[in-house]
Design a protein around this ligand. Structure first.
Ligand SMILES: *[C@@H]1O[C@H](CO)[C@@H](O)[C@H](O)[C@H]1NC(C)=O
Ligand SMILES: *[C@@H]1O[C@H](CO)[C@@H](O)[C@H](O)[C@H]1NC(C)=O
Ligand SMILES: *[C@@H]1O[C@H](CO)[C@@H](O)[C@H](O)[C@H]1NC(C)=O
Ligand SMILES: *[C@@H]1O[C@H](CO)[C@@H](O)[C@H](O)[C@H]1NC(C)=O
Ligand SMILES: *[C@@H]1O[C@H](CO)[C@@H](O)[C@H](O)[C@H]1NC(C)=O
Ligand SMILES: *[C@@H]1O[C@H](CO)[C@@H](O)[C@H](O)[C@H]1NC(C)=O
Ligand SMILES: *[C@@H]1O[C@H](CO)[C@@H](O)[C@H](O)[C@H]1NC(C)=O
Ligand SMILES: *[C@@H]1O[C@H](CO)[C@@H](O)[C@H](O)[C@H]1NC(C)=O
Length: 825
């Protein structure tokens, strides 16, 4: 038995551990607070309990002056990184400064002659000896009232300077009327306030802005409930899901982010750029995750009104279709801050010459756009949004985004950018003559042809019904619904809400898809998924597609199917396969996806010849990509989708070997337990199924985590997890501490050993028997990217085999268990 160390001895050990670099015993013990009777001088500091942050006097690194400032910085790292400064305008020119609680209870900084240089400057209702100041683990410095349950009187998080730390907030505070913003330092050596600020702008729709001397130099685009839609294309996990914007009806608006580590911050640098940095222990340096602005188009108003900036094009600025440069000479000379003007006037502007019989204005659709600044809000719904704009001649554009609603613009359209991954569709009002009427006509023709074909189908169905004594009610309902939808589509009836839904998702004709896949020939078959076979196709215009022909008899109503498909088609993430459209005709249900020329991950991983193509870096990137895609499904998409059939063959690779998850959302189309007979089914694949799902039919986010863990181990080992042999092997080598035997020899390299070991470790955490022990996908992503340093020890994995499933209670119903890939392809 261990005898607990006596307090005295522990004290001595602490003293020894603290080393000899400190002069004051209080500092050595890591004091984290100042009270009325314990001020600190220039050589003393506060250390927060976790040891991450330190507070005290400092001189900026490389400074030529030796001036002393009071601030907060990261402890234990070799690069001085200051995140907050108190006396930014009033430094001390020697080491005589004192930080104390003054007679009025405030925290103050005085110089050697007892002149007041800085104060928290709040009204304190109590005696000075009942307030105290504490440096919290988050890096927040707090002044609190001991007599009133520690009420917070002042805190540094509410007085941001150059850095935004996790859990800190920017934004407006209705209570104090303040707008909290970041302010840059003058230079890297001079902490006094520079010319740049960053924070939330008080627009109709909140945006993050960077200003130089109060003139905007960058804007984020409006917040859509999840992200700012005009952010530069970024891989940063943080930007995609760490941020949160809260508002109440009283006018308080706050932006903050959470992440599992404190070695992480945003900083507004003296050059006016906003950097996100995280500490890399291996590089012993700050790693820049995001820098804003990142492209020429991020500069606010890079192109003039009615021009669009695209960083992928040279020159970057282009007038919107239907607009031309007002001053061609200037424009062609590269001065793109000039206006673009309409080529043809709007119909509504010429209503006085009523006799010219012009056609009504229309909208030009632009995709993936950072929308212009100064949107106004309309309460119109999605269907009425275009009409609201058309009805008001001063309206020049509209956009509808769920999570924001209907946005309309009047006057000039300023600061538009295209090709943004978070961008949305923007509709710009143009004269009728500028619209691509030819295309419109084809759509109408196609629609009427479809309509006619459809009426024929319905007539046949009705005829059948008359001939039969007992009609099949389900089929009739389907036909009726489809009929209604087609009618809405062809008649152009505005009120039909389904029309909008159909418009959002391209409908393919069955015949077109059949032709494109050579009548679903075996030669074109790409594979067999859990919900039906997948074929490669080529559309008449040359685009390659992947067509999934859903198995029949899903028992799903047409309405639900359409709704689900429309919703799923809206999910967009670089690690998800894009749904291009669908086809619902008669009994056929087909989904059309973008085609991935490199096929699936398993085709590489388990093929002795192709394995080499995936080196360790690539494999690691694939793991991160899968994790992000899954995180998006679980946490970010408004649907919170559980995949339920995640496996190597469902991970497709694009030409750059970027992984894309496929088949997501289909579990929603084939719901788990609604229709008694048909659907008590476990959809999934042996080897990837968590025990609670395989045996009890219970699924949760943690069952996807289990599958993810299996994939991670497969990627590291280059071996398939048949009958849990891989998990068993991984567990045994882990316990023997000899994991090299597990690693795919093709990728093994001493240099990466630590990183590979970490991935095995994370993989094992994901496949633990108890779902509660498994980390969330967010945690897995953070662990992969080293934002979490302390990874717990894994417990024994769940080894399940085909036998286990066959021998359990579900035995009776095993014939309705739909399990794909019982035998690996
Ligand atoms: C700061 O205070 C400590 C103890 O209170 C003392 O030992 C040290 O000499 C002081 N340093 C200065 C510069 O006054
Ligand atoms: C200080 O100067 C060194 C050498 O020029 C440089 O590497 C370092 O980044 C500078 N530190 C800061 C905070 O500017
Ligand atoms: C510091 O500045 C004061 C004036 O603000 C001056 O009187 C004093 O001499 C300076 N001390 C040093 C060490 O430069
Ligand atoms: C605070 O100071 C007052 C006198 O100024 C004294 O009466 C009181 O006991 C002190 N309170 C504490 C908690 O030390
Ligand atoms: C800040 O802006 C002012 C006025 O434009 C200018 O004079 C000054 O040089 C700028 N300071 C820095 C550090 O750029
Ligand atoms: C660009 O054009 C604008 C508007 O005509 C003009 O005000 C500005 O001076 C021009 N800039 C340059 C660099 O020529
Ligand atoms: C319409 O009338 C306005 C004046 O009312 C005139 O300036 C404009 O040129 C006319 N447009 C056409 C197309 O006739
Ligand atoms: C048209 O839009 C402008 C700008 O948004 C607005 O001021 C005006 O009231 C609107 N007119 C009508 C009739 O709604």
């Amino acid at each position: 038995m261990l005898v607990p160390m006596s307090t005295r001895r522990r004290f001595l050990v602490l003293l020894l551990l603290a080393g000899f670099s400190c002069f004051s015993p209080r500092l050595c013990l890591g004091e984290d607070r100042i009270t009325f009777s314990t001020p600190i001088n220039d050589s003393e500091t506060l250390l927060c309990q976790s040891g991450v942050f330190r507070f005290g006097f400092f001189t900026p690194e490389n400074s030529t002056t030796r001036l002393r400032y009071v601030g907060i910085w990261y402890d234990k790292i070799p690069i001085q990184t200051v995140v907050w400064v108190a006396n930014k305008d009033t430094p001390i020119n020697d080491t005589s400064g004192i930080i104390s609680i003054s007679n009025d209870g405030n925290l103050v900084v005085n110089d050697g002659r007892n002149r007041l240089l800085w104060s928290t400057n709040v009204k304190i209702p109590v005696a000075p000896n009942v307030t105290w100041v504490q440096l919290m683990n988050s890096g927040n410095l707090r002044l609190q009232d001991k007599s009133n349950n520690g009420e917070i009187l002042w805190e540094s998080f509410k007085h941001p300077y150059n850095s935004l730390l996790p859990r800190m907030e920017l934004g407006t505070d209705a209570r104090t009327g303040e707008n909290l913003r970041l302010t840059s330092w003058k230079s890297y050596q001079d902490p006094s306030p520079g010319n740049y600020t960053a924070g939330l702008a008080d627009f109709t729709f909140p945006e993050l802005l960077v200003w130089k001397n109060n003139v905007p130099i960058w804007r984020s685009g409006p917040w859509n409930g999840q992200v700012f839609i005009g952010l530069p294309n970024t891989d940063s996990l943080l930007f995609l899901d760490g941020f949160n914007l809260n508002s109440d009806n009283q006018g308080t608006l706050s932006l903050s982010y959470t992440i599992d580590s404190f070695m992480y911050h945003f900083n507004l640098d003296p050059d006016g750029a906003l950097y996100q940095r995280d500490w890399s222990a291996s590089m012993r340096g700050w790693r820049i995750g995001v820098s804003i602005p990142s492209t020429t188009c991020d500069a606010y108003g890079r192109c003039g009104p009615f021009a669009i900036c695209s960083s992928r094009e040279v020159p970057p600025c282009k007038c919107v279709k239907g607009f031309v440069p007002k001053n061609n000479i200037e424009w062609n000379g590269g001065n793109w801050s000039n206006d673009c003007v309409r080529r043809a006037p709007l119909q509504c502007e010429r209503q006085s010459n009523a006799s010219d019989g012009g056609k009504e204005d229309g909208f030009l659709k632009l995709q993936k756009m950072k929308v212009p600044i100064s949107a106004e809000q309309s309460l119109a719904n999605e269907n009425n949004c275009p009409k609201v704009c058309l009805d008001n001649c001063s309206c020049t554009a509209y956009a509808y985004e769920r999570g924001i609603g209907c946005m309309i613009w009047s006057g000039s359209l300023v600061d538009m950018q295209s090709d943004l991954s978070n961008g949305i569709d923007l509709y710009i009002r143009v004269a009728h003559s500028e619209l691509d009427t030819h295309r419109n006509r084809t759509i109408i023709i196609a629609a009427s042809v479809l309509g006619v074909a459809f009426i024929a189908v319905v007539c046949v169905l009705l005829a059948c019904r008359k001939l039969r004594k007992h009609p099949a009610p389900k089929k009739d309902r389907t036909a009726e619904l489809l009929f209604k939808k087609m009618e809405a589509l062809t008649s152009g009836n505005e009120s039909a809400s389904n029309q909008a839904k159909f418009k959002e998702l391209p409908l393919f004709q069955f015949q077109v898809l059949a032709t494109s896949t050579d009548n679903f020939s075996l030669r074109n078959k790409l594979g067999q998924g859990g919900f039906g076979p997948v074929y490669k196709g080529k559309l008449p215009e040359g685009q390659e597609i992947a067509v999934k022909r859903l198995s029949r008899a899903s028992g799903q109503g047409l309405e639900e199917l359409v709704n689900e498909v429309v919703v799923i088609s809206k999910l967009q993430h670089r690690n998800l396969v894009k749904l291009l459209g669908c086809c619902i005709e008669d009994e056929e249900r087909l989904l059309v996806y973008e085609y991935m020329p490199k096929k699936s991950l398993d085709a590489y991983l388990f093929d002795p010849l192709k394995q080499k193509i995936l080196n360790w870096r690539t494999r690691f990137n694939i793991m991160e990509g899968i994790c992000r895609g899954l995180l998006y499904l679980h946490r970010d998409s408004r649907l919170r989708i559980i995949h339920r059939d995640l496996k190597a063959s469902n991970i497709l690779l694009d030409e750059n070997l970027i992984p894309k998850i496929s088949d997501f959302g289909l579990a929603r189309i084939f719901p788990g337990n609604e229709d008694e007979a048909n659907t008590r089914r476990v959809v999934g694949t042996y080897g990837y199924m968590s025990p609670e799902y395989a045996m009890g039919g219970l699924f949760s986010e943690k069952s996807d985590v289990f599958s993810l863990g299996v994939i991670l181990l497969e990627i590291v080992s280059g071996r398939k997890n048949s009958n849990s042999t891989l998990l068993a092997h991984a567990w045994s080598v882990w316990n023997e501490g000899e994991i090299n035997g597990l690693i795919d020899p093709v990728i093994f390299d001493q240099v990466f050993e630590k990183e590979i070991r970490k991935c095995v470790h994370i993989g094992l955490l994901c496949v633990q028997e108890a779902a509660n022990d498994r980390p969330s996908v967010a945690t897995v992503c953070s662990m992969l990217s080293s934002k979490i340093a302390d990874i717990p020890e894994p417990k024994q994995p769940a080894f399940i085999s085909t036998n286990d499933v066959n021998n359990n209670d579900l035995k009776a119903s095993i014939n309705i268990v739909t399990i794909t890939d019982v035998i690996g392809r």
